[in-house]
Design a binder for this molecule. Structure first.
Ligand code: DMJ
Length: 632
C-alpha cells in the first residue's frame, strides 16, 4: 500500500487540472479547451518553445549524430568505447606498435609470473581487457579493405597508420641510398635464382643448378609456390605474373602422390594463404582450400596425432615405413596455417584438428622444464625416444609456433604462452652455455642428462622468436638472450673460411681453444638455410641496430661468392671450410627463395610497415599470415 501522503499528493495534483478520470476522450477535450482559452501570443510562445526543445533533442541524440556522419549503431557504440579508451589511456596497456616502454612493462608482469608471484589469468586478463578496447574501435568485421600501393589488401585503419609511419621513418638520404642498393642486390639475387629455376626446372619442385635439371619431391612446383609471396614483396611483377599463370593453369593437387604433411603445410598451404592475403586474389585462396582439404586424412589416427605422410590423390595417410612415430616439430608446426584456413573458410574442422594436437602435447608427460622430446607416437599419443632435448631438428618450430599461435590468436590462449615461457626457462636452465675463447652464448643439447655442445644452424631461429616475444610484451631479458644468441649465429658464419655457416656447429668449452666454433666433417655443408638471416631481420626491425644489417650484408655476399651458379640459380655446398673447393651439392632448396631471400630483403628495408610485425606473423617458412582481430 502506498503511504497516504503520496496518495494525497497524486489526487491533489490531478484534481487541480480537473476531476481525475481515466477517459482519454475527456483528457483530449480538456486540453483542447484549455488551449483555446490561451491568447494567440501565449500559443505562439508555447509552440516556439516546443520546436526549440525538439531541435535540441535531435541534435544531442547519439544515434542520429552517428547516422549523419554515416555511421551505424555499432560504430556509435564503438565511438563511445574509443572515448572511454582515450579517457583511461593511462591505465590501459598500449598495443605493441604504440608501446614505448614495452620492455619494462611486459617484464614487470611476466617476470613476476615466471617467479610464480602472479597468476597467469590475472596478468593476461589485464592485457585482454586492453585488447578488447583496442579492437573495439576497429569498426565492424565488414569494414571495407582497401588496396595499398602494392595492391595488398589491407584494412583502412592500417593504411593511414602506414602512411604516417612511412614519412616518419624515412631516415637520411645516405642510409636510404645504401638500403636501396642492398634491396636491389637482393632483387638481383632473386632474379638470378629464378632464371635458373625457369630455364631448367620450371613447374618442378627444386632446381638442380649444376646439372641444369630438376628434382622432384612432391611434384607440385614447390619452389614456385614457396616463392610467390617473396616476388610480391620484392615487387617483381613480371616474375609474379608468370608464376600466377602457372598456378592458374598447371597446378593440380589431384595427384596420386605422397606428401609430407608438415612440409606441404608450411610451404604450399602457407605460401598460398599468404599470397592470397597480400594480393587479395581468390585463385590462391581456392588452391589453399583444396590442398588444406586434401591434407586432412593425416589426422585420422587412433590418437589424433597426425601421420607424417598423406596421399593427396587417394585421401589416405600413413606414418613412415619404419615407425608409427611422428616428429614433434612437424605435428606442432602446422597450426598457424590450418587455424587460418578455418578462419577464412568458416569451417572449424581444420582448427579443431590442429588444436587437438596442441591440447594433447600441452598435457603430456616426458617434458623437461618445458622442453619436449623429438618424437610422438600416432597410436597412443605419447612421446617416444624420451630423454633427448634440442632446439634443433625435430623440435625447433614447436617452440616457435607456441609463441606465434599466441600472437596470431590475439594473445588470449594462455596455455600456449605458459608453455612458451616455461620452455624458454627450460632452455636457460638446461641448454645454455658459454664457449671459449670469445664467451659466446650457445644452445647445446641434452641427452639423458649429458650435455652436448652441439648446435644446429636451425637453432638460429631462436633469437628472432625471442625478440618477437619481447615486442609483444614478454620479459625484457629474452631480448638480452636474443642479442647474445644472434651474435653466436653470426660467428657460426664469420669463423668459417667461406664466411658461411655449417649445418651443425660444436662449441669449444675448454681453456686454450683458439676458435669457438668447431665443425665435424659430416656437418660442413650449407643448405642456403634462412634461420640466421631471419633472426637478423627481427633483431634489426626491433632494435634498429645497424650491425645486424651489416652482418646480413656480409652473409649475402658470401652466398654470392660461394653458392651462385653462373648459368642461373644457387646451390647448396658440402664444405664451408674450403673456399677453394666448396663441393657443390647441385640443389637449390625451395626455402632459399621462400625464406632466405625474403628475409634478406626485409632486413635491408628501412620500412617497418613492409609486413608489419604488428599485423602479420610469419609461419616457419617465412609466409606472413595476419594477426587476427581480437574477436576471432
Ligand atoms: C624450412 O623449411 C623451415 O624454416 C623449417 O622450419 C625448417 N627448415 C627449413 C629451413 O631451414
Amino acid at each position: 500500500m502506498l503511504p497516504s501522503t503520496r496518495k494525497d499528493f497524486v489526487s491533489l495534483t490531478l484534481s487541480e487540472s480537473g476531476s481525475y478520470s481515466n477517459s482519454k476522450q475527456w483528457r483530449r477535450q480538456s486540453c483542447w479547451r484549455k488551449w483555446k482559452q490561451l491568447s494567440r501570443l501565449q500559443r505562439s510562445l508555447i509552440l516556439l518553445t516546443l520546436m526549440l526543445l525538439l531541435v535540441c533533442g535531435i541534435a544531442t541524440s547519439p544515434t542520429l549524430i552517428g547516422h549523419w556522419r554515416g555511421m551505424n549503431g555499432d560504430d556509435v557504440k564503438n565511438s563511445f568505447v574509443v572515448d572511454l579508451k582515450n579517457e583511461y589511456r593511462s591505465i590501459l596497456p598500449e598495443p605493441p606498435s604504440e608501446r614505448k616502454d614495452f620492455d619494462r612493462r611486459g617484464a614487470f608482469g611476466l617476470e613476476k609470473l615466471l617467479q610464480g608471484k602472479v597468476n597467469v589469468s590475472g596478468v593476461l586478463g589485464d592485457q585482454n581487457h586492453g585488447l578488447d578496447l583496442k579492437n573495439a574501435d576497429k569498426g565492424s568485421e565488414g569494414q571495407k579493405p582497401i588496396i595499398s600501393w602494392r595492391g595488398a589488401v589491407i584494412e583502412e585503419e592500417q593504411a593511414s597508420d602506414t602512411d604516417t609511419k612511412d614519412t616518419e621513418n624515412q631516415g637520411d638520404p645516405a642510409s636510404l641510398a645504401l638500403a636501396e642498393s642492398r634491396l636491389e642486390a637482393v632483387r638481383e639475387a632473386f632474379r638470378h635464382a629464378w632464371k635458373g629455376y625457369k630455364d631448367f626446372a620450371w613447374g618442378h619442385d627444386e632446381l638442380k643448378p649444376i646439372s641444369k635439371s630438376y628434382g622432384e619431391w612432391f611434384g607440385l612446383g614447390l619452389t614456385l609456390i614457396d616463392a610467390l609471396d617473396t616476388m610480391w614483396i620484392l615487387g617483381l611483377q613480371e616474375e609474379f605474373a608468370e608464376a600466377r599463370e602457372w598456378v592458374a593453369k598447371e597446378l593440380s593437387f589431384d595427384k596420386n602422390v605422397d606428401v609430407n604433411l608438415f612440409e606441404s603445410t608450411i610451404r604450399i598451404l602457407g605460401g598460398l594463404l599468404s599470397t592470397y592475403h597480400l594480393t587479395g586474389d581468390n585463385l590462391f585462396l581456392d588452391k589453399a582450400k583444396e590442398i588444406g582439404f586434401r591434407l586432412m586424412p593425416a589426422f585420422s589416427t587412433p590418437s589424433k596425432i597426425p601421420y607424417s605422410d598423406v596421399n593427396i590423390g587417394k585421401g589416405t595417410a600413413h606414418p613412415p615405413r619404419w615407425t608409427s612415430d611422428s616428429t614433434v616439430a612437424e605435428v606442432t608446426s602446422i597450426q598457424l596455417e590450418f587455424r587460418e584456413l578455418s578462419r577464412l573458410t568458416g569451417d572449424p574442422k581444420y582448427k579443431l584438428a590442429v588444436m587437438e594436437v596442441m591440447k594433447q602435447v600441452h598435457k603430456l608427460d616426458g617434458k623437461q622444464d618445458g622442453l619436449v622430446p623429438m618424437f610422438i607416437n600416432t597410436n597412443n599419443g605419447l612421446f617416444t625416444h624420451q630423454g633427448i632435448y634440442t632446439l634443433g631438428a625435430r623440435a625447433d618450430s614447436y617452440y616457435e609456433y607456441l609463441l606465434k599461435q599466441w600472437i596470431q590468436g590475439g594473445r588470449i590462449e594462455q596455455e600456449l604462452l605458459e608453455d612458451y615461457l616455461q620452455a624458454v626457462e627450460g632452455v636457460k636452465k638446461n641448454l645454455l652455455k658459454k664457449s671459449t675463447p670469445l664467451g659466446l652464448t650457445f644452445v647445446g643439447e641434452l641427452s639423458h642428462g649429458h650435455f652436448s655442445p652441439k648446435m644446429d644452424h636451425l637453432v638460429c631461429f631462436l633469437p628472432g622468436t625471442l625478440a618477437l616475444g619481447v615486442h609483444y610484451g614478454l620479459p625484457a631479458d629474452h631480448m638480452e638472450l636474443a642479442k647474445q644468441l644472434i651474435e653466436t649465429c653470426y660467428q657460426m658464419y664469420a669463423q668459417m673460411e667461406t664466411g658461411l655457416s655449417p649445418e651443425i656447429a660444436h662449441f669449444n668449452m675448454h681453456d686454450g681453444s683458439t676458435q669457438d666454433v668447431d665443425v665435424k666433417i659430416a656437418d660442413r655443408h650449407n643448405l642456403l638455410r634462412p634461420e640466421t638471416v631471419e633472426s637478423l631481420f627481427y633483431l634489426y626491425r626491433l632494435t634498429r641496430d645497424k650491425r645486424y644489417q651489416q652482418w646480413g650484408w656480409e652473409i649475402l655476399q658470401n652466398f654470392n661468392k660461394y653458392t651462385r651458379v653462373p648459368t642461373g640459380g644457387y646451390t647448396s655446398i658440402n664444405n664451408v671450410r674450403d673456399p677453394s673447393y666448396t663441393s657443390p651439392r647441385d640443389k637449390m632448396e625451395s626455402f632459399f627463395l621462400g625464406e632466405t631471400l625474403k628475409y634478406f630483403y626485409l632486413l635491408f628495408s628501412e620500412d617497418p610497415n613492409l609486413i608489419s610485425l604488428d599485423k602479420y606473423v610469419f609461419n616457419t617458412e617465412a609466409h606472413p599470415l595476419p594477426v587476427w582481430p581480437q574477436a576471432e
